[in-house]
Design a protein around this ligand. Structure first.
Ligand code: ADP
Ligand code: MN
Ligand code: MN
Ligand code: MN
Length: 336
């Protein structure tokens, strides 16, 4: 049987890039997947007269949807001259990963997202008006309207079968909103796997007639937005005496707050209002257990005096190559 290789890449959509993929039939037994091309003029990555862009495979995963020997092939987009395409954020992330390798950065990213019906309403929202206010939905079960669990479960199984380093899932604060976490993983690994997990989520939701949104504030008003809390540690933070490194990391992030905010996803100002478990986008703070801070030091970490910090600012629609690169650069460049 021939192998179906699903080549996945990130497009040039503005303001927020989206995922694309197409299938290549490869000979049975193929393990090395070749570079391939696509029409960049259809993905906002090229003009019609110079439309060819190159897909450069960087990682393969067993395909949990098609099963068998079929694979998902995550690609970087390159120009025909072999240079990285301007939309290729993985390329610079790889440089940072290499530069700070000795600090062994680890990331756990919490991807919040919203399941929408074709009319654009979140699952669990009536056609007109709103469901009962937030409160019972977060980690809820039964009785109250928890919707979309079957999609979240199938997605979790698919991630595990693909080898995506999932660490858990939960129902979120707004109806129709869920979360999965990828990590702890290295800089490139967490970002690669988060993109593949997003692809699997969109793909599985298709079969249910559901649209997945990673929009930061899918419902205006008194409803939680969707974030991508980014948990981060270095080797030094994880070792005994690591707490001073965690505090130093928080301070370093505070000094570059504006740069980070500008790269944490479209609409970050609408989500980081100071309400709904956020700090304002134009203020910076860190604190133990504080879900109203920019950076939270988890309670357990303050007890153990080592561990990790949680950057709560990134939006659900952020690019993990950009966020993980920036956090690593900012924290590690400030280390002695
Ligand atoms: P929250 O309480 O904020 O909802 P979650 O349990 O959803 O936290 O997510 C925490 C994430 O942090 C998980 O993905 C977990 O794997 C990750 N994590 C745990 N330890 C570390 C560490 N030392 N470095 C980086 N990430 C970590
Ligand atoms: Mn969480
Ligand atoms: Mn959450
Ligand atoms: Mn969190």
């Amino acid at each position: 049987m021939a192998i179906k290789a699903e080549y996945i890449w990130i497009d040039g959509a503005e303001p927020t890039p989206t995922l694309r993929s197409k299938t290549k039939i490869c000979e049975d037994g193929t393990t090395e997947f070749p570079i391939w091309g696509f029409d960049g003029s259809s993905t906002n990555q090229a003009t019609g007269d110079k439309s060819d862009c190159v897909l450069n495979p960087v990682r393969t995963f067993p395909d949990p949807i098609r099963g068998g020997d079929n694979v998902l092939v995550l690609c970087e987009v390159m120009l025909v001259d072999g240079k990285p395409h301007p939309t290729n954020t993985r390329f610079t992330a790889a440089r940072t990963a290499k530069k700070y390798k000795k600090h062994e950065p680890l990331f756990g990213i919490e991807q919040e997202y919203t399941m929408l019906r074709p009319n654009g309403n979140p699952l669990g929202f009536p056609d007109d008006g709103f469901p009962a206010p937030q409160g019972p939905y977060y980690c809820g079960v039964g009785e109250i309207a928890i919707t979309g669990r079957q999609i979240a479960e199938e997605h979790m199984d698919a991630c595990l079968a693909a080898g995506v380093g999932l660490s858990g899932i939960n129902a979120e604060v707004m109806p129709g909103q869920w979360e999965f976490q990828v990590g702890p993983r290295g800089l490139l690994e967490v970002a690669d796997e988060l993109w593949v997990a997003r692809w699997l989520l969109h793909r599985i939701a298709e079969d249910f007639g559901v649209v997945i949104s990673i929009d930061a504030k899918p419902v205006k008003g008194d409803w939680n937005g969707a974030g991508a809390h980014t948990n981060f540690s270095t080797k030094e933070m994880r070792e005994d005496g690591g707490y001073s490194y965690i505090e130093a990391g928080c301070k370093a992030l505070g000094e570059k707050a504006a740069l980070h905010i500008a790269n944490y996803g479209v609409g970050v100002e609408d989500r980081l209002t100071g309400a709904h478990e956020t700090q304002r986008y134009d203020q910076f703070s860190y604190g133990v257990s504080d879900r109203g801070a920019s950076i939270r030091i988890p309670w357990q970490v303050s007890v153990d005096k080592k561990g990790y910090l949680e950057d709560r600012r990134p939006n659900g629609n952020m690019d993990p190559y950009v966020v993980a690169r920036l956090v690593t650069d900012t924290v590690c460049s400030a280390m002695k």
